[in-house]
Design a protein. Structure first.
Length: 309
């Protein structure tokens, strides 16, 4: 699902916004506000500003690393005890398996684009409910498992929208509801509630459309779809390699974790931290060994730089 979501985020803007210049969103937001209201003055400021751009980049990378770690843990928790990813299993065994993959892909991408275009949270709720109903009622994905899958992005989404919902100011009149801490007010405004509501349901509608692709179209059929759209070969090859190494990663992680657990490596907080650090180091080494084995295997088969798919 993460691979598919990455592909959608990367490819859709390139197809729908040809010739556009892509840059950071912060400067664009500031420019849009200035254009709408040239006299606008910020009513709140950051509690702490990084002293330099390098530290800001470091903190941004650290945030990404923590998020990747949580995602990795979640994937390991839900999928690590199985040899096949749950999503991959449903993709090959769902009741919509025999329907044309191109039709399913266009259907899901169409709803995804519509959910990004429309700015009505009611429409987003309808899209989310409609796609979820198809996944559960027609694809026959167990409701309990589908809810578990939704919880993964929902946790990150809730954490993110809290920062949008809650604002900080010295003036309590700006808020509908506020709490005073020291001389500062923490509260919510009408605008923040509306924006948060729209972002939450838009994200859930987009996630449901993405899950529809992941749960009903297996990887081999997705490759056919992407080739039909004439995506670059290197892009498809990278996707296949990443997909392959997800299984290797989880299998190696499972074996190392089981070995540590059998030696009581996770008894007590101190031992758990030590075992976790050893797991990360060993996992990196073993995955690199698998990569070298793959390279040797390809060279022995006269690999010419292109996968035949």
């Amino acid at each position: 699902m993460l691979i598919i979501l990455t592909i959608v985020i990367a490819v859709v803007p390139l197809i729908t916004m040809k010739g556009a210049e892509f840059g950071g969103s912060d400067d664009q937001a500031e420019g849009a506000i200035t254009e709408i209201n040239p006299n606008y003055k910020p009513w709140a400021s950051s509690l702490w500003e990084p002293p330099s751009g390098e530290i800001e980049s470091l903190l941004f990378c650290l945030q990404g690393a923590i998020g990747a770690g949580v995602i990795g843990y979640t994937l390991g928790y839900f999928k690590g005890k199985k040899k096949v990813l749950l999503i991959d299993k449903y993709a090959y065994n769902n009741k919509l398996r025999k329907i044309n993959p191109m039709a399913k892909f266009i259907f899901a991408i169409g709803l995804l684009i519509l959910s990004l275009i429309f700015k009505d949270y009611i429409f987003e709720i309808i899209v989310f409910s409609f796609v979820s109903f198809i996944i559960v009622a027609f694809a026959k994905i167990p409701l309990k498992q589908y809810i578990k899958l939704l919880l993964i992005p929902m946790i990150f989404l809730i954490i993110s929208i809290i920062t949008i919902l809650i604002s900080i100011s010295k003036d309590s009149n700006l808020f509908l509801y506020s709490v005073k801490i020291s001389s500062t007010y923490f509260g919510v405004t009408k605008e923040s509630i509306e924006i948060t509501r729209l972002i939450f349901f838009r994200a859930m509608a987009s996630v449901s459309a993405t899950y529809f692709i992941a749960l009903t179209i297996p990887m081999n059929e997705l490759i056919i779809v992407f080739k039909a759209f004439r995506l670059p070969k290197v892009f498809i090859e990278l996707m296949v390699l990443i997909y392959r190494f997800i299984f290797i990663f989880l299998e190696e992680c499972k074996e190392i974790y089981n070995a540590e657990e059998m030696r009581f490596g996770y008894m007590g907080l101190r031992n758990s931290y030590k075992s976790l650090s050893l797991l990360i180091v060993c996992l990196f080494v073993r995955v690199m060994i698998k990569y070298e084995d793959l390279t040797i295997s390809l060279e022995s088969k006269l690999y010419d730089g292109e996968f035949k798919m």
